[in-house]
Write a protein that binds this ligand. Structure first.
Ligand SMILES: NC(=O)c1ccc[n+]([C@@H]2O[C@H](COP(=O)([O-])OP(=O)(O)OC[C@H]3O[C@@H](n4cnc5c(N)ncnc54)[C@H](O)[C@@H]3O)[C@@H](O)[C@H]2O)c1
Length: 467
């Protein structure tokens, strides 16, 4: 079956780092298909990557300009392009595709100059196009929980921010050994390709984006030291910032911090409490209310609200990680694109139709549980079943009223038989209740109408074995 969305890539050949992450992230939700690319400036790498992804030869381009021109003139041209090239190409490649009317997902850091970024924003607005930047860490569920809690005033007025991003993968750059293999690729070393910074541009940009995303704070001015250790660009930096509202924050980013792998840590201190998130333990958020004990909130638990919890794909306790964070950014982008294509504007948020979400809630006594289900029938969620300590919910297509046809279930089990039995039991019960609540004129959905969806879902779960 043809996918809903077609996309192309610039950069990200099989030998590169982040391009592969983009492709895997898109594939998590199987709604978009890679159909075109200019994956590398090295022709062999370009062809090799295209072959690995079965991209038709006629849509493999030597040059991104040719790709933008040809793809925009095809009836089945790409809906969006993903840009995973070194920094210096982001602006010019993004601009080229926008000018040709193609939506863009681009790697960070977006541009070398603020003017360039503003120009891209203006262009995207004028052309009515979507533009996303893959600031990975905003895709985590607990990041979204942190943002929600701050907005709800859980920690009160923000008093201070402290954030660090510590890595040690460039430690050898402190004392390079002649002839030894280098970690730092050529483009990252050279201001022409990397911009005015290596370390701050590469990982400091994540700190700035993250803090702004969760708090809304905007930097007014800053004071920074950058350490280059004899190289052209920085490997370590300490930054003190002042936000527009007058409070201060301190950021540290380093790629020579021995013993640290990918240690993004953000701490926000307020008058009523504090929050801390660590990228290496992304399913947890440390919350300390004023006068109370520190609490470790976890992804997928009952106190996580609908919007933030939408990014949670598997039950808590099963680590998700970077691929899912990336996939969540793509999922939101692709949902918005599908809405845009269908003329609905960007109204859908959260889960696309039919995608399940796992939320663990405390077990209620049976009486209370039933009551809870009844209450939920009037809401936007179709709450289908309580199984062990998991309530597994699925979301209506566009929120709003319950549509029986949309009330499909995502099962939290690998076994086909039990979900099948539970599905019938719960679906029939829910159908009866819905009909009762809507009056007897509501159409009945026959067993044969429901079966195909069930069979397909079972098939997905057991991958065709014994279903
Ligand atoms: N969001 C994140 O968390 C994250 C993580 C890592 C890297 N990045 C960003 O992703 C970008 C790429 O980083 P990387 O580590 O994958 O780099 P890389 O050097 O591994 O890959 C760069 C890719 O661009 C291709 N390329 C270079 N010139 C090209 C051209 N003219 N046309 C087409 N393709 C071309 C190369 O062949 C290669 O495939 C950087 O901007 C980096 O900052 C983001």
């Amino acid at each position: 079956m043809a996918k809903q969305i077609r996309y192309g890539m610039v950069g990200g050949d099989l030998h590169a780092f982040i391009g592969e992450v983009h492709r895997k992230a898109v594939n998590f939700d199987t709604r978009a298909e890679l159909v075109a690319g200019c994956f590398s400036n090295i022709p062999e790498y370009n062809v090799e990557t295209a072959e690995a992804y079965c991209v038709d030869k006629s849509r493999v381009y030597d040059d991104y300009k040719e790709m933008a021109a040809k793809e925009s003139s095809r009836a089945d041209g790409i809906d969006f392009v993903s840009i995973a090239t070194p920094n210096f190409l982001h602006y010019e490649v993004a601009k080229e595709f926008l000018l040709h009317g193609i939506n863009v997902v681009c790697e960070k850091p977006l541009c070398f100059e603020v003017d360039q970024g503003e120009e891209l924003v203006k262009l995207a607005k004028e052309k009515g196009l979507l533009f996303a930047i893959t600031y990975t860490y905003t895709g985590y569920t607990m990041t979204k929980v942190m943002k929600e809690m701050i907005a709800e005033g859980k920690i009160g007025k923000i008093a201070s921010v402290n954030a660090e991003y510590a890595q040690d993968w460039l430690i050898n750059e402190l004392a390079p050994v002649e002839g030894a293999a280098e970690n730092l690729s050529v483009w990252r070393k050279d201001p022409k390709f990397s911009g005015v910074s290596n370390c701050v541009g590469d990982i400091g940009s994540h700190i700035e984006n993250y803090v702004h995303y969760v708090t809304g704070l905007k930097i007014k001015r800053l004071l920074a030291t950058t350490n280059t250790y004899g190289h052209a660009l920085d490997l370590n930096s300490n930054i003190i910032v002042e936000y527009e509202n007058g409070i201060n924050g301190a950021y540290w980013c380093s790629q020579i911090a021995m013993g640290h792998l990918n240690g993004l840590v953000v701490r926000v201190f307020g008058e009523l409490g504090s929050l801390e998130w660590q990228q290496e333990h992304p399913d947890y958020l440390r919350y300390t209310p004023k006068g109370g004990a520190p609490q470790n909130l976890s992804r997928g638990d009952g106190y996580i609200k609908e919007k933030a919890g939408a990014g949670s794909r598997i039950p808590v306790g099963h680590p998700e990680g970077l691929y899912i964070a990336f996939a969540n950014i793509y999922r939101n982008f692709i949902s918005a694109l599908i809405d845009k294509k269908s003329g609905q504007g960007c109204i859908r948020r959260g889960l696309p139709h039919g995608f399940g979400r796992f939320v663990r809630r405390p077990l209620y006594p049976r009486r209370h549980r039933q009551r809870k289900e009844q209450l939920r029938l009037g809401g936007a969620l179709t709450n289908m079943q309580v199984r062990k300590d998991f309530i597994i919910v699925s979301q209506n297509n566009l929120g709003g009223t319950i549509d029986e046809k949309d009330s499909c279930i995502s099962f939290g089990s690998n076994s086909c038989n039990e979900p099948r039995r539970l599905w019938h039991k719960n679906h029939n019960r829910l159908s009866r209740r819905l009909r009762r609540s809507r009056g007897s004129k509501e159409p009945r959905y026959s067993r044969s109408q429901r079966r195909p969806r069930l069979d397909r879902r079972c098939h997905d779960l057991c991958r065709g074995k014994g279903c």
